[in-house]
Unconditional design. Structure first.
Length: 278
């Protein structure tokens, strides 16, 4: 074997080791979801689930489906995550288009002020948001989970602004000479060129809103508007917790994210490739 073959082999071995380390928590979640409560705390732990050997590996998964409110929580989470993600595609792409083209002092100051909000943790704004939503009558609805994420996205604005700055100005200049309007340039040039970044932004925004647990717990207490993370909290009690059922539900909650990532993978990889070429 020459040195090039050895280098390629070492790269693949490193990637294989990284894949094993990354995927092991997901594998352990599935294994634990197929164990009984007694087997869960056995030492040393076993990689072979006892319920699988007993022929009833999906008992804990069935317990998740049988619990009242599961499908409603899934639909609520899907609605919140989808609307919030699509909202960020609209608002962040429009804001990125403006900040990428108008670089005077006023817009630069606004841009910096917007990005500075990323340094504030969610807990800092919870009390003002709660008081505002109570005045608006939005508590125990899905609006507090959708509207703020729909209209505000500092990370998405940063992402789209920097991506749009990589588009050659000559293309936009040619469109201006052809009589294209500002919105026409955005719609016909920036949006098609920014498809990889938009797909990446949708994926990031969807995952962030799908996994959100603190804001739903603070703003919503009605069973009808519970999201999936809120629903899974029911399996964790003060004196007793159903860990195996919780992990079964967590795995079911992870499946939509895996499917969406697979669907957006081509665009995400294209976005990373374009960023590296820049």
């Amino acid at each position: 074997m020459n040195s090039r073959s050895i280098s390629v082999l070492l790269i693949y071995l490193g990637l294989l080791a990284y894949a094993v380390v990354t995927l092991f928590p997901l594998l352990w979640m599935v294994i634990t979801a197929m164990k009984s409560g007694r087997e869960l705390f056995r030492l040393p732990p076993s990689l072979v689930p006892d319920l699988l050997m007993a022929g009833t590996p999906f008992v804990n998964f069935a317990a998740v489906f049988d619990k009242a409110g599961f499908l409603g929580a899934v639909l609520n989470s899907m609605l919140v995550a989808t609307l919030a993600a699509f909202g960020q595609l609209i608002t962040c792409s429009l804001a990125g288009f403006v900040f990428a083209n108008l670089r005077n002092r006023v817009f630069t100051a606004i841009y910096v002020l917007l990005l500075s909000t990323m340094f504030f943790p969610t807990e800092v704004t919870l009390i003002p948001e709660f008081l505002l939503f109570r005045q608006l009558g939005w508590l125990d609805t899905l609006l507090p989970l959708i509207v703020p994420s729909f209209f505000v996205g500092a990370f998405g604005t940063l992402m789209m602004t920097e991506f749009f700055k990589s588009i050659p100005f000559e293309i936009e200049e040619a469109a201006i000479l052809d009589g294209a309007s500002s919105f026409g340039i955005f719609k016909d040039i920036y949006v098609p060129f920014g498809a990889p970044a938009l797909a990446s932004l949708f994926l990031v925004a969807f995952i962030a809103n799908w996994d959100e647990v603190l804001r739903p717990v603070i703003f919503n207490s009605s069973p009808e508007v519970r999201t999936l993370p809120q629903f899974l909290l029911d399996f964790v009690g003060q004196y007793e917790s159903q860990w195996t059922v919780l992990l079964a539900g967590s795995f079911l909650a992870t499946l939509p994210l895996i499917m969406i990532y697979i669907g957006c993978q081509k665009w995400v990889v294209a976005g990373f490739a374009r960023s590296s070429l820049k």
